[in-house]
Design a protein around this ligand. Structure first.
Ligand code: NAD
Length: 419
């Protein structure tokens, strides 16, 4: 039986399609497939906020806990005007698959509030976050479900969640969220982790194709927590980052953008606009650039049947969750474009979130070098596993990543007697 309102979004439908395709390849038991198609629990809350102008608004909030057969639920919280229950459910299932693939002892969840975070003040955001945390408090906690930042949320959002949850518990519980500021139990290296992971994966793909990251041309869509750090690290390793973008438009320089300078500009102005080291082009034009690698790091569905034909890059590394739609995937596969799927490519964030959680519950902290080394090990190992499965079974990397993930989940479901 299907939960009402869960399967409406194209992201949810795409995820089910990917799951069913891999299930056929690995001959997954029908019971495991059926179990993993539906989330374990979906929490829907209304979140009242007194706005700065004295008016009163009620926002819709969600927390979907997809599966916890491997360990406590884990996944980000998104603030965006397009958030729906179905999108959150799809993102929650991607977390289950990602954590399984990366061999972490964690299940999958996701949360979100339907709000445009650019249209509310810091005070309103704090009140919204505290009330949302209170509403979902019975279902989260260091042993149950550990939220983290995602689109439109930040380490500050996590600090408010941590504080509210701790106030309600009566004692400080730093392990309830990850992606926190360093001063209150955050991990060294968490800010850059997802972007770093994207670059480690780019390095591995290039290595398989007997190429090096130094001198490789790269276009990055989205310059937020993921895109900015991916661009910075790639630049640092000698890649030529020819274009980056934010929600408004893109900047292009065929000689390579000065990413550290651009990042400083973005941090102070919160927009790419006004930076003069590149030509302004549209987000759509960025997708069609002649770069060797394209890293979509913004939102889902940005590469779709309307623009996939124009993509020239031969390698796509999905920094965002679900940026390539199912139709676009077919078009790109036919063009022999190598796509490294989200559950592998953007796993760096949850890997370091896992490290942060481990540090919090053991009260022992690591330095950034240790974090980076451990992250690199997990990303390289996971890539190799997916690459090998793909070669042995003659399937693309998306099918391979989902297959590797489902094999572990099925074994866990069986061992626990759930199927
Ligand atoms: P963010 O809010 O920090 O940044 C999003 C960026 O995308 C911003 O630069 C924004 O201007 C840009 N953007 C928004 N809409 C766009 C559009 N239509 N076209 C081009 N650019 C657009 O979010 P984030 O945390 O960087 O997350 C980006 C993606 O990565 C999401 O899909 C998220 O789920 C995924 N992800 C994030 C993490 C993490 O650790 N933050 C981990 C794994 C996956």
């Amino acid at each position: 039986m299907e939960m009402e309102g869960i399967s409406e979004s194209s992201l949810f439908k795409n995820t089910i399609r990917n799951m069913e395709h891999s299930a056929q390849i690995i001959k997954l038991s029908p019971a495991a497939l059926e179990r993993l198609k539906s989330p374990r629990r979906a929490i829907v809350v209304s979140v009242p906020v007194r706005m700065d102008d004295g008016s009163f608004r009620v926002f819709s909030g969600y927390r979907v806990q997809h599966n916890h057969v491997l360990g406590p639920f884990k996944g980000g919280i998104r603030y965006h005007q397009s958030v729906t229950l179905s999108e959150v459910a799809a993102l929650a299932s991607l977390m289950t698959f990602k954590n399984s693939l990366l061999n972490l002892p964690l299940g999958g969840a996701k949360g979100g509030i339907c709000v445009d975070p650019t249209q509310i003040s810091a005070r309103e955001a704090e009140q919204l976050t505290r009330r949302y945390t209170s509403e979902i408090a019975p279902w989260i906690g260091p042993d149950r479900d550990i939220p983290a930042p995602d689109v439109g949320t930040s380490s500050q959002t996590m600090a408010w969640m941590l504080d509210q949850y701790s106030l309600e518990s009566g004692f400080s519980q730093t392990g309830v969220v990850t992606g926190k500021p360093l001063e209150i139990g955050g991990s060294a290296g968490r800010d850059a982790a997802t972007g770093l992971g994207v670059v480690y994966i780019i390095e591995k793909v290039l290595e398989k194709l007997s190429k090096k990251i130094k001198g490789t041309t790269l276009a990055v869509q989205g310059f937020g927590k993921v895109g900015k750090h991916a661009a910075l690290e790639a630049h640092h390793l000698g890649a030529r980052v020819v274009a980056v973008s934010d929600v408004n438009n893109a900047l292009y320089n065929p000689e390579g953008l000065n990413i550290p300078e651009l990042a400083e500009h973005y941090d102070s102005k919160m927009t790419l606009s006004g930076y003069h080291g590149g030509k302004v082009i549209s987000n759509e034009d960025l997708l069609a650039l002649d770069a060797e690698v394209l890293a979509p790091c913004a939102l889902d569905g940005t590469i779709n049947s309307n623009n996939a034909d124009r993509v020239k890059a031969k390698i796509i590394v999905e920094g965002a969750n679900g940026p390539v739609t199912a139709n676009a995937n077919e078009i790109l596969n036919a063009k022999k474009c190598l796509i490294i799927p989200d559950i592998l490519a953007n796993g760096g964030g949850v890997v370091v979130s896992y490290f942060e959680w481990v540090q919090d519950i053991s009260w022992l902290f690591w330095d950034e070098t240790q974090v980076r080394e451990k992250l690199r090990t997990v990303m390289y190992r996971s890539f190799d596993k997916v690459w090998e499965f793909s070669k042995q079974n003659h399937v693309d990397m998306r099918t391979s990543a989902m297959s590797v993930s489902l094999i572990r989940l099925e074994a866990a479901l069986k061992l626990r007697g759930q199927i």
